[in-house]
Ligand binder design. Structure first.
Ligand code: UT7
Length: 343
């Protein structure tokens, strides 16, 4: 740790991801709930998702993603200063997943904490890491997004609009300093932009357990009977806000840095619905081949989505060092965010 003297830039040093091996196709899902491949594919673009098997926790997925990111970054775990863990499906109610991951990774003593911003969690976490590095407080920060959704979904007809959308997985990046201001073409995070509007909190939420859920208990038989431990979503409202807020956040990031849409090499969007990303692309006139989508394979993995997409894009040869990347996400809260960085 060092004191904050000069403003520094941060950059992504490496990326890694991990999804559990078991694939569930839309046809597999149709055997357990009242839905169909045709409905899921047409409405969302999802073809399959990965769901974790028994005995695997969210931080187990995160651990593999973190180790891969460290290896990719050529950073030793002992050189990390902090873990920022983004999840809405932690191993336990408290402490946060960051603490459990820190123990599994074997890096006692360093800062470890959770970011609870759902689908925007990774970009919020990236922003936190960026600020820590810019102020000089930390030099190497692990930012992880990880989720196990498959154990928290309502598979009855009332919950099927949500249950078919989500997959399990983890993605991680190692964010480091640039040792002084880098040249224009060097990798760096230019800026991050964070927003929320809590007036819409109940449009996509899980009510229980929670301290507002009963006089003495955070969860009761009545809340369980009302299935309030499962996500509730007003899908159409979420959709309408997502296609408005994502372009806004993207343009905010570009304008803040004097860049144009044409300057961007790759767009890494959150993956909630292929139709959302297509509409965002159409609104802004982005060539479809510049938008890297992974929802077909992984469904929506919430906080893990963007780092999984980043890792997949690297593996597919679509994302190379020096490329300009614009990323945007929208989700529960409502929250929305963007980041502009040179990979
Ligand atoms: O990352 C978190 C952010 N989440 C999002 O961004 C999600 C945004 N919203 C959406 O992606 C869409 O609203 C959904 C994909 C969730 C739903 O699509 P929709 O076109 O808005 O469908 P709908 O909710 O209006 O439902 C249309 C019909 C209904 O039947 P009726 O009333 O028309 O007879 C639903 O009961 O589809 C039915 N339905 C299903 N049918 C088969 C809902 N879910 C399913 C299902 N399988 N899984």
């Amino acid at each position: 740790m060092s004191s904050a003297k000069t403003l520094k830039a941060s950059r992504i040093l490496g990326v890694g991801s991990y999804v559990p091996p078991r694939v569930w196709t839309n046809d597999d899902i149709s055997k357990m709930m009242d839905t169909s491949d045709e409905w899921i594919r047409q409405r969302t673009g999802i073809e399959q998702r990965h769901w974790a098997g028994p005995g695997v926790d969210t931080t187990d997925l995160a651990l593999v993603a973190a180790e891969r990111a460290l290896e990719n970054a050529k950073v030793k775990k002992e050189d990390l200063d902090a873990i920022v863990f983004a999840t809405l499906s932690p191993d336990h109610d408290f402490p946060g997943g960051g603490c459990f991951l820190q123990a599994k990774l074997g890096v006692p003593g360093i800062a470890a904490f959770d970011v609870r911003q759902q689908c925007t969690g990774f970009l919020y976490g990236l922003s936190v890491a960026d600020q820590f590095i810019k102020t000089g407080m930390f030099k190497r920060v692990l930012v992880v997004g990880a989720e196990i959704h498959s154990r928290g979904m309502d598979r009855t007809p009332e919950g099927r609009d949500v249950a078919v959308l989500f997959g399990d997985g983890a993605g991680a990046v190692v964010v480091g300093d640039c040792d002084g201001m880098p040249a224009e073409k060097d990798s760096q995070i230019y800026s991050t932009h964070l927003h929320a509007d809590g007036a819409f909190a109940k449009e996509l939420w899980v009510a229980a357990p929670g301290s507002a859920m009963g006089a003495d208990f955070r969860i009761t038989h009545e809340t369980l009977d009302r299935r309030e431990q499962f996500p509730q979503m007003n899908g159409k409202t979420v959709f309408v806000h997502a296609v408005k807020r994502m372009p806004e956040a993207l343009m905010e990031a570009l304008n803040a840095n004097g860049k144009k849409l044409e300057d961007v090499d790759l767009f890494l969007f959150h993956q909630a619905n292929l139709r959302i990303n297509e509409m965002v692309g159409k609104q802004l006139g982005i060539p479809p081949e510049k938008i890297f989508n992974t929802i077909q394979k992984f469904a929506n993995t919430t906080a893990a989505t963007i780092p999984i997409g980043m890792d997949e894009a690297v593996k597919a040869g679509k994302l190379k060092k020096g490329m300009l990347v614009a990323s945007a996400a929208f989700g529960s809260g409502f929250t929305w965010a963007s980041a502009l960085f040179r990979y």
